[in-house]
Write a protein of this length. Sequence first.
Length: 47
Amino acid sequence: MSKVKTSKKLVKEGKLSYEWAKSHMAILNNTISRLKKSKPLKGITLG
């Protein structure tokens, strides 16, 4: 199994991309809200 390596720069860039998409794409906000309520991945372990 491989381990995910992170860098602070990549984390920061990812957060900025996410925030941009969140503020410019209404469908993303609707999807996130719906999935938070239904929790379709509850009990599932990835990896």
